[in-house]
Design a binder for this molecule. Structure first.
Ligand code: RB5
Length: 150
């Protein structure tokens, strides 16, 4: 798990958990690039999702972790950036499968409906799993081709 770079971002709904996840990820050996926000003052999640997702798409970061109230807005916004496969994760099983089957490169999390401890377990499952390739590679390739057809 070590030496990888993570683009971390949140809106106000995910700020508290982002602040807690940052040192936790660093203790696990990840380098964390924090794209904000910087307080619980109300902000617009697409602004933060876009910055972090672009860093992942450009290869500056290996994975993204985005936290908002539900994780849903962050997921929708991040998936607008070409090259991004963001999955909103609410269980360790989905976290593992999002890596193995979908080669997800961004995990989006709920800061309001999922506890910090559960989100840590979800991220451990996400960051500890590898893409299975094989038939899943063909399917992910078809997903990415959609971007070139738009
Ligand atoms: C902000 O109130 C809230 O809408 C946002 O954090 C997120 O849940 C959107 O999907």
């Amino acid at each position: 798990m070590a030496q990888l770079r993570i683009a971390l971002a949140s809106d106000h709904g995910g700020f508290e958990q982002k602040e807690a996840l940052k040192p936790w990820l660093e203790d696990l050996g990840f380098t964390v690039d924090d794209f904000g926000c910087d307080s619980e003052e109300s902000v617009d999640y697409p602004d933060y999702a876009k910055r972090a997702a672009r860093a992942v798409a450009q290869g500056d970061d290996d994975y993204g972790v985005l936290v908002c109230g539900t994780g849903i807005g962050m997921m929708i916004a991040a998936n607008k950036v070409h090259g991004i496969r963001a999955a909103n994760l609410t269980s360790t099983e989905f976290a593992k499968l999002s890596r193995e089957h979908n080669n997800a490169n961004i995990a989006t999390l709920s800061g309001r409906f999922t506890s910090l401890e559960d989100n840590k377990a979800i991220l451990e499952a996400f960051l500890g799993a590898d893409f299975s390739g094989d038939r899943h590679a063909r399917r992910v390739e078809k997903i990415m081709t959609i971007e070139t057809e738009e």
